[in-house]
Design a protein around this ligand. Structure first.
Ligand code: MTE
Ligand code: MO
Length: 525
């Protein structure tokens, strides 16, 4: 009896309470989203904590979790809720009413937090919390039942033989594990569905403000100039939004409500100002084709993509603010506290540097920084391309370090000249006879003049280049070859528009970007 009814059973009761509490939170997320009641109880409680303890607790969260104080408070709220759930699950073994009391008290707290937020009505908050509490208590009770032995306790104590008893224990364990796993999956599903609903709302709200026409379009080269690369299987010149690589530190992309969103231009400027989404979209905008690359991209890697961005030139906004002579760095911050910075002097020439709100003709996708992001030609993303942008601040060079700088990455991040082989892909077998190799090469802000390949360490031979929109994008290259039987290797290198040849020496991505020639081995048979 001690084994099944004692330790095992209390462990299961603790888990039942914890999972029930998690399920209550997940239900709160989904029901809030369905009833259009943002913030959800979870976020509302986190928000109340921020308001109440802004001085003390928030500083603690900042100290412990860096600048991510809001996610830290939400995580803290989840942990506390789950721990209290666990304790009440355990207590329920003796006093079944305890989960009602704890979950109920939590529900009241959640409803209060939600209802005192101006955006949610009291009745809606009550509905959300009553449903969440019922779901939580119900789930906990259900799990407790699933984990209980089917045989009656008196029979266990007396007449039941050992084999039957251990079988009953085994059954109840299995049933409990299944029910717990199921509940976890359903909870995750609720959270995901709630997010999807909220994301739909956020985008729908933004659609009320139509995308303006740019005053200058970026003409894309005709398809004819890229036909051979296309046929050969080279990456498309413009990367579709759905295929564009995604890199960020966000656990889940921030969902920004454009009604509340503001872009602040400040720091070392004469007249700091705020812009709403509507105001940003009312300014003259341009379109620019710019290739974006992550510093973490390995030689031959796919953390690089090319898109047509629409937005307001950063200089328009900086001129309006009046940059002071002491400013040296353009330092930007996202709504989730991520930061980066690049030298102000980068903007001296006429390279594209945009506060972008559209990507390939569509509103910026949430995962790529909706409602607005920075795009600067020629700089790695980690020093320039802030998504979910909320502030651009002018600072001195030493006055601020972006997120990745204290983590060991270089403070300046100009993109390195690079080239990649898309076809053939490594390890493939191709047929003997005429074949076409191809890939991409890039050095945004400078451009590419020549791409060369070397087969089996032979001479470097020049490739054909497809047409491009500007020097700010990658170029597709192709090379025709008569394939002969056997194992082969192809290497690629590029020459930039100034005549500088790509660096051959291999370097890893850290601290300032990979270098070296991409090589691919293949077989002809
Ligand atoms: N808010 C925020 N913006 C960010 C990042 C981030 O972690 N958070 N990562 C940067 C990095 S490292 C890169 S490479 C680019 C990637 O942009 P993408 O995901 O749209 O391709 O976003 C940049 N902007
Ligand atoms: Mo990156």
């Amino acid at each position: 009896m001690e084994d099944s009814g004692g330790r095992g059973e209390s462990a299961r009761a603790v888990l039942a309470g914890a999972l029930g509490a998690g399920f209550a939170l997940a239900t709160g997320e989904l029901v809030s989203a369905a009833l259009d009641a943002a913030p959800s109880p979870l976020l509302a409680v986190g928000g109340r904590f921020i308001d109440r303890f802004a001085g003390s607790l928030k500083d603690l969260a900042v100290a412990v979790f860096g600048t991510n104080d809001k996610p830290a408070l939400v995580a803290g709220t989840i942990v506390i809720t789950v721990l209290l759930g666990a304790a009440s699950g355990h207590a329920a073994l003796r006093r079944p009413w305890v989960p009602w009391a704890t979950f109920g008290a939590f529900g009241v707290f959640g409803a209060w937090a939600q209802a005192t937020d101006e955006q949610v009505g009291t009745f809606t908050a009550l509905v959300v919390c009553v449903v969440s509490v019922l779901a939580g208590v119900g789930a906990t009770a259900g799990l407790l039942v699933a984990g209980r032995l089917q045989t009656h306790p008196p029979a266990l104590d007396e007449g039941v033989g050992a084999p039957e008893r251990s079988q009953a224990i085994e059954w109840s364990r299995r049933r409990f594990a299944l029910a717990s796993g199921g509940l976890l999956v359903v909870s995750a599903g609720f959270v995901a569905a709630g997010r999807a609903l909220t994301q739909g709302d956020v985008i729908a709200a933004a659609r009320a403000i139509p995308l303006p026409r740019p005053i200058r379009r970026r003409a894309l080269p005709g398809r004819a100039g890229q036909a051979e690369a296309g046929r050969a299987g080279v990456s498309p010149y413009v990367t579709p939004n759905a295929d564009f690589y995604r890199i960020d530190t966000a656990l889940s992309s921030p969902l920004v409500d454009v009604a509340d969103w503001r872009l602040r231009i400040g720091g070392l400027v004469e007249h700091p100002f705020l812009l709403s989404y509507e105001e940003l979209l009312s300014l003259d905008s341009v379109e620019e084709a710019v290739t974006l690359q992550c510093v973490s991209n390995e030689v031959g890697g796919d953390l690089v993509g090319n898109a047509v961005w629409q937005g307001v030139p950063l200089l328009t906004l900086l001129d309006r603010a009046g940059v002071r002579a002491s400013a040296e760095q353009v330092f930007s911050t996202s709504v989730d506290g991520w930061t980066c910075g690049f030298p102000l002097s980068v903007l001296d020439g006429d390279r594209p540097a945009l506060v972008a709100y559209a990507m390939n003709g569509e509103r910026l996708p949430v995962r790529h920084g909706f409602p607005a992001r920075l795009v600067v030609s020629g700089l790695y993303g980690y020093v320039s391309a802030t998504k979910w942008l909320t502030e651009v601040e002018l600072t001195t060079w030493d006055g601020a370090d972006g997120y990745w700088v204290p983590r060991g990455w270089s403070k300046t991040g100009p993109i390195k000249l690079a080239s990649r082989i898309d076809v053939p892909s490594a390890g493939t077998t191709i047929e003997p006879g005429p074949t076409v190799f191809g890939g991409v090469a890039w050095l945004p802000a400078v451009g590419i003049s020549v791409v060369e390949v070397s087969i089996d360490d032979g001479e470097w031979v020049e490739c054909r280049l497809a047409s491009v929109a500007s020097e700010h994008t990658w170029v597709q290259w192709t090379y025709r070859w008569i394939a002969t039987r056997g194992r082969h290797e192809v290497r690629v290198r590029a020459v930039d528009a100034h005549g500088t040849v790509q660096v051959e020496k291999s370097a890893p991505p850290a601290p300032d970007g990979a270098s070296g020639y991409h090589r691919v081995e293949f077989e002809v048979a």
